[in-house]
Design a protein around this ligand. Structure first.
Ligand code: SF4
Ligand code: SF4
Length: 120
């Protein structure tokens, strides 16, 4: 599967919700809903486990994505992801990266690949 990276650097194509959606696999949706309910203490239903990836415009994304400030900002600025933004790293992305070091590494690596310095 092609690697799809969200605005924040999370790899959508590794996410079980994205995979269950692409495979249209209801048993997997049920499994992920139960797992995430336990993990995050929020009652997820199998029908919540639907997402075409954070870069999808409009709906067709996981519920949280519709309120995510980073996604909203990336769309408004029309950047491929936050690594391509002149204000990387802003406060919003720095805060999320404290909880998501893998996403941070993905975007930092992208910055190096595209030859852009990073403000810390
Ligand atoms: S919705 Fe927000 S936190 Fe979730 S993958 Fe997209 S940018 Fe990252
Ligand atoms: S300002 Fe921050 S959240 Fe918005 S696109 Fe730039 S780096 Fe991402």
């Amino acid at each position: 599967m092609e690697k799809i990276v969200a605005y924040c650097g999370i790899t959508c194509s590794d996410c079980p919700t994205f995979i269950a959606t692409k495979m249209n696999d209801n048993a997997e949706r049920k499994r992920v809903a139960e797992l995430w309910t336990k993990q995050y203490g929020h009652p997820f239903k199998p029908e919540d486990i639907n997402c075409n990836g954070c870069l999808t415009k409009g709906t067709g994304v996981f519920n949280y994505a519709t309120i995510c400030e980073i996604r909203k900002c990336g769309q408004e600025r029309n950047v491929k992801n936050c690594a391509y933004c002149d204000d990387y790293k802003c406060e919003k992305i720095s805060k999320l990266h404290e909880q998501a070091p893998k996403a941070k590494e993905t975007l930092d690596q992208t910055r190096r690949n595209i030859g852009r310095e990073t403000k810390h």
